[in-house]
Design a protein around this ligand. Sequence first.
Ligand code: WT7
Length: 645
Amino acid sequence: MSEVHTRPIPAAFIENALIGADDYERMYRQSVENPEAFWAQQAKDFLHWDQPFTRVFHEDLSRGDTAWFADGALNVTVNCIDRHLANRADQTAILWEGDDPADNQAISYRTLYEKVCRLANLLKAQGVKKGDRVCIYMPMIPEAAYAMLACARIGAVHSVVFGGFSPASLKDRILDADCRLVITADEGVRGGKHIPLKANVDRALTDCPEVRRVIVVKRTGVPVDWDSKRDIWYAESVAGMDSECAPEIVHAEDPLFILYTSGSTGKPKGVMHTTAGYLLMATMTFKYVFDYKEGEVFWCTADVGWITGHSYIVYGPLCAGASTLMFEGVPTYPDASRFWQVVDKHKVNAFYTAPTAIRALMGAGDDFVTKTDRSSLRLLGTVGEPINPEAWEWYYTVVGDARCPIVDTWWQTETGAHMISPLPGAMALKPGSAARPFFGVQPALLDGDGKEIEGQGEGSLVIKRSWPSMIRGIYGDRQRMIDTYFSTYPGYYFTGDGARRDGDGYYWITGRIDDVLNVSGHRLGTAEVESALVLHEDTAEAAVVGYPHPVKGQGIYAFVTLKSGHAPSEALRRALIDLCATEIGPIAKPDIIQWAPGLPKTRSGKIMRRILRKIACNALDSLGDTSTLADPSVVDELIAHRENR
Ligand code: WT7
């Protein structure tokens, strides 16, 4: 892989870039040699403070502790909205593109201010107070952003749950965060299909007695069940509210949001981010990684239900005063040209998507791209999983006409913002590499003994110092955060990813080294899928692993053992797949189910996933040592009937 050729940044791009090669070296050096001075300056430059901070940061990674700008106070929406009103009240803040190409809407900063204030007042009128958790289960409509910002306006903590999650997943998240109010819509619309969000909420809430209010946005107007003691319509409720709402000035370390993400064990965990550090780093990376210039239109295709949507649809772009595009639909509706048509329609300057979307569109053929103009594009970005060099080349040459640098941004829900990424005016690109660390980020690679690898090499990717947008907690379970991220290698933040560093100091992320799957850029725990599979009364046991999938990146391969007396059947296979969809969401559907009379286990009864992974990947020559198994013959049986050859 090290022979991959380097792509220089086009000279025309470098000339106007915010950060050049020398700037990067100088600023990076300062950020790690004198972080206090560096971050103090950035925090003053990027954020408006109602009460200035005097302390920059404190950290004790061995206990997962960090605090940034702790004695400062501010409000996120003052930064994202109010302070722009003087100069750009009429500029578009949110450019909404509906699922139907005929639907779009431009929301100015002035309008955004009014919408957010009204909804914030409504939340207050419903008794929501600073620190209370509010669940947002919404389609990709502007009201989703209003809802997040309205929470931030009053110091409430939002927990956005992706609209693709099932009622059961929604219920778990509402209960875990103890949300008392839910904001949703009657339906969502994606690719011409309707998603019954309100009905999902109704089902979830049968087990959530503490939820006393549901605010419902009318998206399609379809009739929905109504609990008149609990449900209120958004539009008529906000109409009576004041269009001014004084911002709640909060401490820098007060929580801004909780966002659930999958780990290698147990149920998804509520990753908690706080206010100032998160906002600073989301904004700074937005500006420098995307080389954002005043007046540009930025489009991140993620859903606001993921961290990418939080940081790069809502908080980063709005805090920077940009115009951010929010897209309700899917890349292939009405056809595979949609992304590029939207780019032309709204003159998008920077475009940020996931490798899985790129691979899917690549498969549809070049014509869908080349028949569009795309001359407004200046920069492309990718996120969510490693991008294979073929997809990178296609994105670069066909979509970007070999004019636009690609920023391959590595980060995580827990990191809040980009951590390793090219700065497009500062470093040459290598297809498949996330390049070099952002300011203040000190990655390291550890070998099997937990020792740092110097220079070139491959190992576990860890981060040596805290950074402003680092995870601050797992909601309700501080110890779990320490165990998950700060105990594996004491003194370091452990990412769960493996990586390689080449001779130029570029990082190549090799993927998860724990039991976390990355399916189409979505994170899933193998344990979550297994728990769903064993809910079926015929299932005795299940083991789930990932395998390479040409479009999704990783597919889900499930080995299922049935209880004695139960025979495999096509109907059972379908029932198990449906069970994963209803328990978790459609993204959790196994691609392959192999009936397994037995699973490879150690004598102490531990399933050896390493072996199952090899079988699922059809990598039979590297099965490794099977002699420690309780019954080595189960491996031969699984190999003989493997489904992926
Ligand atoms: C995991 C985090 C934060 C963005 C969306 C996903 C993988 C993310 C890259 C990249 C290779 C990547 C990692 C990481 N990942 N970006 N550019 N190259 N892998 O957030 O759901 O928290 O998942 O996504 O494996 O650990 P997430």
